[in-house]
Design a protein around this ligand. Sequence first.
Ligand code: NAP
Length: 304
Amino acid sequence: MSFQRIAVIGLGLLGGSVGLAIKAHLPGATTTGYDADPATRARAAERGLVDQICDTAADAVKDAELVVLCVPVGAMAAAAKELAGTLPADALVSDVGSSKQSVAKALAEALPGHAIIPAHPVAGTERSGPDAGFASLFQQRWCILTPPEDADPAKLAALSAFWEALGARVEVMDAAHHDLVLAVTSHLPHLIAYTIVGTASDLEGVTEGEVIKYSAGGFRDFTRIAASDPTMWRDVFLANKDAVLEMLQRFTEDLTALQRAIRIGDGDQLFEHFTRTRAIRRSIIELGQDDARPDFGRSDHGQS
Ligand code: NAP
């Protein structure tokens, strides 16, 4: 079983990348697409993100074998309801949302009786909108599938094969576990980046000019993350509230421990901690999940 007719709902960074990756890697498949924003639909048509842009979600999915919802997590329920009327009975509905328990619930409520297998490609950038997508976004990145217990094994295998064809490595996981893991690896780092960048720009006595001028001292890397889409991230924190709050509590305790080590001059504790975190960076590079070159391979190496 493989999907030949694929509908992509939401044509921003993720939807555009899915459409372009299908064109690049699944030449036999045809794609339809819809976005709530008419300007995005027009730009998506210009860029050829999908084969056919439709004026409604209902139109886009009416012949689909696979529907991939690429809208913000908070818009999943509304997007699913819009297409419910024309969704073919045997179509598989999936998504790319960054939190999984809330999306699974929203889709199950909006589309009772339909096959749904939520997914999260762990790949993205700080950009958004119809100009942001590119075909290679998923290359060598993980895509986590969170099938319900009663998921059809043939549809699960077909969805795995779909993401593998787009270049991703597929992992199957329980939705609650996904939300906890991603709270640590993605959601909390974004919250910290949003906080640090906000704090630095609020600090009295440090001018905005200085913040920009000396940004290579670590701050610049936080600003990239803190430039991420406000709608998407607002929705992620509201949708994955419990896991994020749990991880934030742990983080606060660890930060307090480091704060104490600095105050009492416990250099050994700081050194041990930083040695451990440096090893984590090495293992991420060994797993091919980042660039091994200094400063992420930027040509203008900043200070560290
Ligand atoms: P994006 O670039 O802002 O694209 C989302 C698009 O969906 C926008 O054009 C938006 O239009 C449209 N939309 C909103 N509600 C809709 C509806 N009911 N029907 C049809 N279209 C609708 O966002 P993105 O970065 O691609 O994120 C999409 C999803 O991918 C999110 O669930 C996010 O959690 C997930 N994700 C993102 C990343 C990342 O790094 N960005 C990584 C992995 C997964 P408007 O602008 O008019 O609202």
